[in-house]
Design a protein around this ligand. Structure first.
Ligand code: GGG
Length: 359
C-alpha cells in the first residue's frame, strides 16, 4: 500500500451501465480525498470492455499485468455485452483474469437493509438484515477444466470439472471464520449441497469442520443451497457471515441484496488479503445492457463500492462518511432511482449522495 496516504487507483468502467455509474463513484472518491486529506492518482482505462474487444480482438492489452500490478486498488464497473461478445469470453477475458492473476480469493459482499429502502420482505426494518456473503473467488465451479467430445454430433459430450483445493478452501474458510469472530453474533453459515454433489461438497463440509475446530467461539451451521435460498427470503435475520463456493456465493450475493430492496445498491470487494496484489472493487450488479445509455442506473452500488475500497486502503473515516451520505440520500426522493420506485437519474442520485457527503 502507498505510503503518505497517496493511492494509485486503476479506474475501469467496462461495459454498459458501468460507464454511467463509475463516474459517480469517482466523484465521491475525489470529494473524499479533498475532505479527508489524502491524494489519489486515478488511471483511467478503456480495456476490459466489449468495445475494446471489438477493436483489438482481446479484452485486455498484452501488458495488463504490468499496468495493474503496481496499483493500490482497482475500481471496476461491470463487464459484459452479449450482443457484442459472448458473456463467457468477456468475463473470462477480463474480470476472472484479474481475480485469478491477482489471487483475489475473497469476494466479500455485504447484505444490509438500508434506511429508506423498502424490503420486499414483509415487516423487515433496517437492522433486521445485516450480514456478509463470503464467496470463494478463484476456483470451485468457475473452472476451465473440461472439454467437449464429438461436438455437433448426436454423441456430443460436455464435461466441466469443479476444482477445489485444500489450500484454496481452507483459506477462504479461515477468512470467513475470522470475520465471524470479529462480529458480535459470531455466527458462520456454510452453503453446501453434500446430499446431491457427492464428492466435492461432503469434502467442503469436512473442511468447514476441520477449520472450524480452531474457532470454538464461532457458532456454525450449514444448509443445502436450495433451502438456504429459501431462508434468505424467509429468515434473513438469521444470518451473520455466510460462506460459499464460487457459484453458490455468486447466487447468494445477488439474492441477498434483492431481499434488501435492490441489487442496484450492493457493493463487493475482490480481495487479496495478503496485499501482494491489488484488490478489485466492483458493484454486485452487471452491465445491464437493457437500461444502458438511458442515465437511469442506480449509482449507489458503485458509490458504496468506493467506500469499501477506501476502507480497504485504511481510509476508514472517509468510508464511514460516504456510507452515512448514502444512508441519508436513500431517505430522500432525489436519492432514489427507478429500481427504488423513485424518479432520479443516475446523475441526480449521485448528486444526492455527494451533497450529503459535503454536508
Ligand atoms: N460488476 C459485476 C459484473 O460485471 N459482473 C459480471 C458478471 O457476470 N460477473 C460474474 C461473477 O461475478 O462471477
Amino acid at each position: 500500500m502507498s505510503s503518505e496516504r497517496h493511492y494509485r487507483i486503476a479506474v475501469i468502467p467496462g461495459d454498459g451501465i458501468g460507464r454511467e455509474v463509475v463516474p459517480e463513484g469517482v466523484r465521491l472518491l475525489e470529494a473524499a480525498a479533498e475532505r479527508f486529506g489524502f491524494t489519489l492518482d486515478l488511471r483511467h482505462h478503456d480495456f476490459a470492455s466489449c468495445d475494446y474487444y471489438l477493436q483489438h480482438g482481446r479484452m485486455l492489452p498484452e501488458d495488463w499485468r504490468d499496468i495493474l500490478k503496481p496499483m493500490d486498488a482497482i475500481f471496476f464497473g461491470a463487464v459484459g455485452w452479449p450482443d457484442k461478445v459472448p458473456d463467457h469470453i468477456s468475463l473470462w477475458g477480463s474480470l476472472l483474469q484479474f481475480r485469478r492473476e491477482f489471487d483475489q480469493y475473497v469476494n466479500l459482499r455485504p447484505v444490509r437493509l438500508m434506511p429508506g429502502v423498502p424490503s420486499p420482505l414483509a415487516g423487515r426494518r433496517p437492522g433486521d438484515i445485516d450480514f456478509l456473503v463470503v464467496r470463494e473467488n478463484t476456483e470451485g465451479e468457475y473452472s476451465a477444466v473440461g472439454g467437449t467430445m464429438f461436438p455437433g454430433t448426436e454423441r456430443e459430450i460436455v464435461i466441466q470439472e469443479t476444482v477445489m483445493s485444500r489450500h484454496g478452501t481452507d483459506r477462504i474458510l479461515r477468512f470467513a471464520f475470522d470475520l465471524a469472530r470479529s462480529r458480535p453474533k459470531k455466527h458462520l453459515t456454510s452453503a453446501t449441497k453434500s446430499n446431491g454433489i457427492a464428492i466435492t461438497m461432503p469434502w467442503w463440509d469436512s473442511r468447514v469442520e476441520a477449520v472450524g475446530a480452531d474457532y470454538p467461539d464461532v457458532r456454525r451451521d450449514k444448509y443445502h443451497i436450495d433451502i438456504l435460498t429459501a431462508h434468505f427470503v424467509l429468515n434473513p435475520d438469521r444470518f451473520d457471515v455466510v460462506v460459499g463456493s464460487n457459484l453458490f456465493g455468486d447466487i447468494l450475493s445477488d439474492l441477498g441484496p434483492a431481499c434488501t430492496g435492490t441489487i442496484g445498491i450492493a457493493p463487493s470487494a475482490n480481495i487479496n488479503p495478503e496485499g501482494r496484489f491489488p484488490s478489485l472493487f466492483e458493484p454486485v450488479h452487471g452491465s445491464a445492457p437493457d437500461i444502458a445509455g438511458q442515465g437511469i442506473a442506480n449509482p449507489i452500488g458503485q458509490i458504496w463500492t468506493a467506500a469499501m475500497m477506501l476502507e480497504h486502503l485504511g481510509e476508514t473515516d472517509a468510508a464511514a462518511a460516504i456510507l452515512a451520505a448514502i444512508e441519508a440520500a436513500l431517505q430522500t426522493e432525489e436519492g432514489r432511482t427507478r429500481d427504488l420506485k423513485g424518479q432520479a437519474t443516475t446523475r441526480q442520485a449521485g448528486e444526492a449522495v455527494l451533497a450529503r457527503f459535503l454536508g
